[in-house]
Ligand binder design. Structure first.
Ligand code: GL7
Length: 824
């Protein structure tokens, strides 16, 4: 026994020594710095290179294995990959964290400090992009041969600063100091066409061949990042495309003195991969967005078709060897592009091409919000993608022809299922295109998938029944449990064993000890350490002192009316009023923590940010409150900040208007880490309740059905306000400028919306939310009961592992085998 322990210690020391050597080597020969001159960033890069080397060895082996066996490949097309920092992911999955920590320590460098040096790759907005990142990790973990395809934005999601309570946006610069994880592949470049015209060539056999002659081309250059699965068992590729002009500059113009004009074409071409979500309120912005989508869809398809042909010879076997998943509607143009490639470039007859296309694609819908279901004006499509527009018309004609033969077909139904929306000035419905071009369409929680069938895709579902399925989202436990919350993870590992991260369902074993006093004490101690760390961060960033023993009530996500941060703010103010009215009651100290970004052009959301900050200012400075209530708005929410907040949260706010949050994934991360959820029956909350048990979650508010019915009756909030003196008082305070003394009318408009046009049911849900918060307080007072519930949340959240989600996609949509980790 002793010998074994010694052996392990010796081999750990050997591993650390080898890594130390390797880091020094990289520092000198790849970074070009001496030990003395190295900055933290240099050490980070050297360490990243060492991790990358280990990954690359296995990467090449994985690629070789896939080529050799010719097994089916999955391609995940997404305009967003919110991957965040990669160093800890890489070290964790390669099982190198401890030896690397020791190696750096011997060099006088602290791994946890290095971790903070890495820029947070924010190539996404929120849940949708983060889901894509979790999926990449689980795909590799399950040894599925997969590529992620997306765009290598020079600038990811804007950096948020709060000045005088207001959100300001600054460009994000994740590439400013280079990116040690990626490999540029200048030789992998494809021409992407735009505009131009189509020539019809009449063939001897009487058919017509269409040749698209684009008026403009842009080049797509590949950048590859290897993504390691858990225990390094399999490594996949995230391939992101960057736009280049075919000619770096117009030399004739340059030499004639027009130095700026000479670069025009380059600037135009490269603007495609310049920023994530260019504002699309202007026609130019909309056009750029469509260009981005076609750019990456076309590059990805050209790339995967070429790979398929090299490996398998003929195009006709494409669907047997390739599954393409469209992550939301943004890449939907790929359906028309694959048809063009098959029909125009490979002479596949239309019917066969359509069968291949449908068998190859799957489509995931991530939202019911109509404004997020993209449609493009027909004239824009005709100008930018004339051949694709022809193809879309033909797909539509055949589709409508078939549907019109159905017994219950009506003109109304045909209008609803048409790819062209005639009612709003002729627009192409991209969601419909993705639906038609796929064999399976899925929502991201059970409720969302059910709602798809009765809302946005009701008519399509009636015509093409059975295509819609559900795949409830998940999150990767390697990042959101082990990396974010190592202390708690060690405790959990003691209970369930070393295979915890191989199989998250093992967490169920924690349920057996959830009521155990000794276990609860240790669980609570881990949580407290995380809260102390967060309190330190808040102190450091905002100068606000918060009490780690207070209840940390957390709402972290994009700022949006449907997510109802405002409901949370209203309750905050109501409690503030109560504290002032009865200062001597035995109050439960609570910290309300908000973090999130508003879209730059979303005025109401920005006003909500300002209100949160204004309320924070008044409440935190009020002497009567005596620290019983604190309000904190942490600026620049991103993946790394989430990793700090989530392990420290006691209460998780998931309070969207029922029927509007497709799934949510923050809800999963928070519950997994032991926060209790206060939420509506929306998105994945419904399934979370089923798993953790109704006693261990605080559900309130209207159901999706009730919201629908309520809206039917009208969205005036006056009745609800008249019924709640508390609410009336709170709204009056906001409207009259109690929180904006410098500009008393600042929030009058916001309050007017709630009174007269409460589409998001804030007033209707206020009282039941308020009551649910009181139930939270009662539970918090009984600490044994609270920690039991928290531990049961952790225990029952294993099902929400993205390994489970990906295994379901593999079986039901892609038809590829999976190999669970840790089994040889
Ligand atoms: C989203 C949904 O809003 C969110 O509920 C879901 O969890 C996520 C991943 O499926 O997708 N849809 C969407 O457009 N964004 C999301 O986060 C930005």
């Amino acid at each position: 026994m002793d010998i074994k322990v010694e052996d392990r210690a010796a081999s750990d020391a050997d591993a650390a020594a080898a890594i130390k050597e390797a880091i020094l080597n990289k520092l000198i020969y790849s970074v070009g710095k001496s030990l003395e001159a190295a900055s933290s960033h240099d050490w980070f890069v050297a360490t990243a290179f060492v991790a990358r080397d280990r990954i690359v060895e296995r990467w090449l082996a994985s690629i070789d294995e896939v080529n050799r066996t010719g097994r089916k490949q999955v391609y995940y097309l997404s305009v967003e990959f919110l991957i965040g920092r990669l160093l800890f992911d890489a070290l964790t999955n390669m099982e190198m964290v401890e030896p690397t920590r020791a190696a750096l320590f011997a060099l006088g460098v602290d791994l946890d400090e290095l971790r903070e040096v890495e820029p947070d790759a924010a190539l996404g907005n929120g849940g949708l992009g983060r889901l894509a990142a979790c999926f990449m990790e689980s795909l590799a973990t399950l040894s599925i041969a997969a590529f992620g395809y997306g765009i290598r934005y020079d600038h990811g999601l804007f950096r948020q600063r709060i000045k005088d309570g207001r959100q300001l946006e600054y460009p994000e610069e994740w590439l400013a100091f280079g990116n040690p994880w990626e490999f540029q592949r200048p030789e992998v470049d494809y021409e992407i066409g735009f505009g131009g015209r189509i020539e019809a060539e009449h063939q001897p056999d009487g058919t017509v061949k269409h040749v698209w002659l684009p008026g403009e081309t842009v080049e797509a250059v590949a950048y590859d990042t290897p993504i390691a699965g858990w225990r390094g068992a399999h490594i996949n590729t995230l391939r992101l495309w960057s736009a280049r002009a075919p000619d770096p500059l117009r030399l004739d113009k340059f030499n004639s003195g027009d130095h700026v004009g000479a670069l025009m074409d380059q600037v135009r071409a490269e603007s495609i991969s310049k920023v994530l979500y260019p504002g699309d309120t202007t026609p130019a912005g909309q056009e750029l967005r469509l260009r981005q989508e076609f750019f990456f869809a076309s590059a990805s398809l050209q790339d995967l078709v070429l790979r398929h042909l090299r490996q398998h010879g003929g195009i006709l076997s494409l669907a047997d060897k390739v599954a393409i998943q469209l992550n939301d509607t943004h890449p939907a143009i790929a359906v028309a592009e694959l048809m063009r490639i098959l029909v125009d470039l490979h002479d596949v007859p239309w019917r066969d091409a359509w069968a291949i296309t449908q068998a190859t694609f799957g489509y995931t819908n991530h939202t019911l919000l109509p404004e997020a279901l993209e449609t493009w004006p027909v004239p824009l499509m005709e100008r930018l993608l004339p051949r694709h527009m022809q193809i879309i018309y033909l797909i539509n004609a055949i589709h409508l022809d078939q549907a019109s033969k159905l017994a219950d077909s009506t003109g109304e139904r045909l209008a609803a299922i048409s790819l062209i929306d005639e009612a709003h000035g002729r627009r192409v419905r991209m969601g419909h295109l993705a639906f038609l071009g796929s064999h399976k369409v899925n929502g991201v929680s059970r409720l969302h998938s059910d709602l798809l069938k009765v809302t946005v895709f009701r008519e399509l579902d009636a015509v093409l029944p059975g295509r819609i399925t559900n795949k409830t989202n998940g999150v990767t436990f390697r990042r959101w449990l082990k990396e974010a919350n190592p202390g708690l993870t060690s405790l959990l590992t003691e209970v369930v064993g070393d295979r915890l991260l191989d199989d998250a369902r093992l967490l169920e074993k924690v349920a057996a000890v959830a009521g155990d006093a000794a276990f609860q004490e240790r669980y609570a101690a881990e949580r407290r350490a995380n809260k102390v760390a967060l309190a330190k961060l808040v102190r450091h960033r905002l100068g606000i002192k918060i009490d780690p023993d207070a209840l940390f009530d957390v709402q972290i996500k994009r700022i949006h009316e449907y997510k109802r941060q405002i409901l949370n703010i209203l309750e905050t103010i109501a409690v503030y009023d109560m504290i002032r009215a009865q200062p001597m009651r035995d109050w439960i100290p609570r910290v309300k923590i908000f973090s999130g970004k508003a879209a730059a052009s979303y005025a109401t959301a920005k006003l909500i940010i300002q209100l949160a900050n204004d309320v924070a200012k008044i409440v935190n400075a009020d002497p009567t409150v005596r620290g019983i209530l604190k309000v904190v708005f942490l600026p620049n929410y991103n993946v790394s900040l989430a990793e700090r907040i989530i392990p420290a949260a006691d209460l998780s706010e998931q309070i969207s208007t029922a029927g509007m949050e497709a799934s949510g994934t923050g809800n999963m991360k928070l519950a997994l880490n032991g926060a209790l959820t206060i939420g509506t029956l929306d998105g994945a909350n419904v399934e979370i309740r089923e798993k953790v048990g109704a006693d261990n979650i605080f559900i309130f508010g209207l159901t999706a059905e009730e919201v629908e019915a309520h809206r039917h009756r009208g969205i005036d909030g006056s009745d609800a306000i008249n019924r709640s003196a508390k609410l009336a008082e709170v709204l009056e305070a906001i409207a009259s400028g109690v929180f904006s003394p410098d500009e008393p009318d600042r929030y009058r408009g916001l309050v007017d919306i709630l009174i007269h046009h409460d589409y998001f049911m804030v007033t209707a849900d206020f009282e039941s939310y308020y009551e649910a918060q009181r139930a939270v307080f009662r539970r918090w007072r009984d600490k044994r009961s609270w920690w039991r519930a928290a531990a049961l949340n952790t225990a029952h959240m294993g099902w929400f592992s993205s390994d489970r989600t990906i295994a379901e996609y593999a079986k039901d949509i892609w038809d590829v085998p999976v190999k669970p980790p840790g089994r040889g």
